[in-house]
Design a binder for this molecule. Structure first.
Ligand SMILES: [Zn+2]
Length: 243
């Protein structure tokens, strides 16, 4: 009952294009499509990385609005898109059920952590909130899902924005740490989730920590990919389409 009233008092505009109306208009929502495997430049070995769209244009604007400009209301539609992708990865042909292993009883999502100072400035861990909304959307659809905040970033890591690939790796080396209290039950595979993948250095660092803790990571799913290269052989699958 409150929502229409709130909309009158505080008109909502699309996080991607600014058009008054829903949080994410139909034209911007379709920029988050089916998950496609991508190949980040600094990510040579590890679980497959899937992205729902390209980090540019209106999708980039929406993700920046969510992360940096206080549009935390976008967590709902963005988390919903992530949930759809996880379902598609389970059902998609040739996927091997990476998203939600059949018979596993559900999916555990591990959010890529931000530095605490960045999270404090932004109003919380934005990827964790995204994961929570995705888990809620999955639960609403009858799929058991939970968030495992199993990672943290130690102080001393600079914001990676503007850093070259090699500098990003050096920046992160040894700085991603486990949070044992946030681990899922032993033997449970997890899906690592993030908003954007660029070089893949963050994904690689996070995956390495989880593996060292004995946690299997069948897949990494992100909302958007930036600057990923084409697969080196056609058998590796499709490159991120330009949406
Ligand atoms: Zn829009």
């Amino acid at each position: 009952m409150l929502r229409p009233l709130l909309d009158l008092l505080l008109p909502v505009e699309c996080g991607g294009c600014g058009v008054p109306g829903p949080l994410l208009c139909t034209d911007c929502e379709v920029l988050l499509g089916a998950p496609v495997r991508v190949y980040p430049l600094c990510y040579e070995a590890g679980p497959p990385v899937y992205a729902l769209g390209s980090y540019r244009g209106r999708l980039r604007a929406a993700l920046l609005a969510y992360k940096e400009r206080g549009r935390r209301d976008l967590a709902g539609p963005l988390g919903g898109a992530l949930a759809s992708a996880l379902l598609q990865l389970r059902l998609g042909p040739g996927s091997g059920g990476v998203g939600i292993p059949p018979g596993s009883g559900g999916v555990w999502l591990v959010p890529v952590p931000s530095r605490w100072s960045a999270a404090a400035r932004r109003g919380g861990q934005h990827v964790e909130l995204l994961a929570q909304r995705a888990a809620a959307a999955l639960a609403g659809g009858g799929v058991v899902a939970a968030v495992a905040p199993a990672l943290r970033v130690s102080s001393g890591v600079r914001d990676s924005v503007g850093l070259a690939a090699a500098a990003r790796q050096a920046n992160l080396a040894g700085r991603v740490l486990p949070r044992r209290a946030g681990l899922p039950p032993a033997g449970t595979p997890v899906v690592l989730v993030d908003d954007v993948v660029t070089t893949g250095a963050t994904a690689a660092a996070c995956t390495a920590v989880l593996l060292r803790m004995g946690v299997e990571v069948p897949a990494i799913v992100v909302l958007a990919a930036a600057g990923c290269h084409a697969p080196s052989s056609p058998s590796e699958g499709p490159y991120q389409p330009q949406r």
